[in-house]
Design a protein around this ligand. Sequence first.
Ligand code: ISJ
Length: 408
Amino acid sequence: MELYPTLSVPVDTQPSAPQLWRAAYETGCPAALWRLPNRPEKHLIIHFGDELPQVPADLEELPAGFAVSPFDNPDNERTLFLRADAHYIFQRDEFNENLSKTDNKQAEAFYQAVERLLIAPAQQRVPVTQVTALSKPEEQRRFEAAVAEATSQIQQGEFRKVVISRTKTVAFSAEPDVVQLFEKLCEAYPTAFVSVVWLPERRQVWISATPERLVSVDADGIFRTVALAGTQSAYDVDGRLKRTSEAAWTQKEIEEQALVGRYIIGCFKKIRLREYIEEGPKTAIAGNLMHLKSDFTVDTKAVNFPQLGTVMLRLLHPTSAVCGMPREAAGEFIRQHETHDRELYSGFLGPVNIQAESHLFVHIRCLKLEGQTATLYAGAGLTEDSLPDREWHETEMKCQTLLRVINA
Ligand SMILES: C=C(O[C@@H]1C=C(C(=O)O)C=C[C@H]1O)C(=O)O
């Protein structure tokens, strides 16, 4: 369902994505720029309003927009929502603009900024700036101690799996051009969900290239989710890209991924849904990494369950791919042992009711940009066989998904 009329105009008379982004950034309008996996088109929406509403993640009730949920979001009631007050679609040489009413102060300021940028002399592109890591040696020690403690508690039967995360801080020598970085990520990771979200209230830009679908409902009413876990490098020791058939998985990784799958099936059972199709697990490439992945699909029309997306979103988040199992005990361990606030990392994000589809992804392989400082987040799923130094190395590889593109 389109909320607004669509204009189709030649691209050379229209503002570019960097100009629109800049206008949103300068005028303090929340904005989201994204590209779905395996799709050519890119979307940009702008929200005109003073404060971002925090709403229940109810896919049937929400208008067209973009949802961003923190990790800590009981019943998904505190989901940030950017309305698609203006919606731009970029696809090859076509440009579509869907506009809302502009009788709002922020909209006026935004369109004035766009006009100013259109006639301003072309801005020199900020070269991708140098990046310096600001890590502290005690971070690795602290993380590895938490892994050892988790493993010991799992062996004692306190819980079965927990995902412990860490951060890595890097400093840019100048504020980076995020639209340019978005383009580079889209090119490097065609199968990822790539997004950039500007949250002026927090003065934060979140950038991610996530491989993990949480809940999708497409225009035909097909519901999708995945069980993703187990991690290894996509490259062999000589730096060559491996074929998926060359990936060898250990018992620990197979069990870890099976737990995520079982958790999803447990959610289907709670709502007595039996008509799901499970495919996998198969090895899936996610940028510089490989994971084990199972796909789950349901035809919501055939089972006459149009609200399945919303119901499953509430049951699934946070899944055992980012929290653990059982969820409560794992969540408690995370609260006690992680020293940083996860904020939006390991929450979910994505377009809602855009072109009659909703696609929400687990917010991993992400960073938070505040001015020139970026905080990267990465977690590792722990079971009774986890080894602290290996898990640290795994989180380093996960940080590299974004860092190798930033540094390219
Ligand atoms: C938690 C993250 O990734 C998750 C954990 C994985 C693992 O433990 O092997 C693999 C994929 C993701 O489901 C992350 O990237 O931060």
